[in-house]
Design a protein around this ligand. Structure first.
Ligand code: ZN
Length: 239
């Protein structure tokens, strides 16, 4: 892969740190990813975007209607960010096939909102996670086709932004947001508590026998996915 990239000319300025795909581990990862994608998504091809200095996957994902067997090709672009594979790529509806509105889980320029960053299915330790990611993009487009066919958006996805985060907290704690607010300073590291002190929820139990697990769980999810906030995603594609 690196040989192929070098055919396209020097990428970085002399003093720039090497891009992820110019390093040995990144180069090996790229070769591995290419094999996976070529096998399952032959209509997606790797390319280099000179202006953005980013590796992209471009082409189409083909969806076939179950009963009529009529195929629909969705032009797709997947942009790999500088800290790939630690951070998931960005997927776009490249041919404006769909209406890019929030209710349909699209951001500006057709960036697909596959999940809230905190719910990301991206597993950076899993070598095959890119395939899983593109499968999710494919399912996302399929849902958009069903929406266009009048089926609405019926997958109980989270709301956007703040509402989405509130739902996330409610799900993890298994309770209404009103009862979670008391834990926010702990979640955001603005206060600390002794594990043997009484739990802030007020039921009299020790913190470590009560809500500590929930707070720790949410904190580690935030830590894992902080870098993938949608603002960062938008910045990366509109640079
Ligand atoms: Zn509690």
């Amino acid at each position: 892969m690196r040989d192929w990239l070098h055919l396209l000319g020097p990428l970085a300025k002399r003093n720039d740190p090497p891009k992820w795909f110019e390093r040995d581990d990144g180069d090996a990862r790229l070769a591995h990813d290419r094999r996976l994608i070529a096998e399952r998504y032959p209509d997606l091809k790797y390319a280099l975007n000179f202006r953005l200095q980013k590796v992209v996957l471009r082409g189409s994902i083909t969806l076939t209607e179950e009963t009529t067997r009529i195929p629909t090709r969705i032009r797709t672009r997947i942009v790999f960010q500088d800290d790939y594979p630690d951070i998931e790529p960005i997927a776009l509806d490249d041919g404006d096939h769909f209406h890019h509105i929030e209710d349909r889980h699209f951001y500006k320029q057709g960036v697909c909102c596959l999940w809230l960053p905190l719910d990301s299915q991206w597993e950076k330790e899993n070598d095959d996670t890119l395939l899983n990611f593109v499968d999710h993009v494919s399912v996302f487009f399929e849902r958009q086709l069903i929406y266009d066919a009048g089926g609405g958006w019926a997958w109980g996805e989270r709301g956007h932004g703040e509402a989405g985060y509130i739902e996330f907290l409610e799900e993890r704690f298994g309770t209404r947001y009103e009862s979670i607010e008391v834990f926010l300073p702990l979640i955001l590291d603005r206060s600390s508590i002794n594990a043997k002190a009484k739990c802030p929820c007020g039921n009299g139990r020790r913190y470590n026998a009560c809500h500590k697990q929930h707070v720790d769980d949410v904190k580690s999810a935030i830590k894992r996915h902080r870098d993938t906030s949608v603002f960062r995603l938008l910045k990366a594609v509109s640079a």
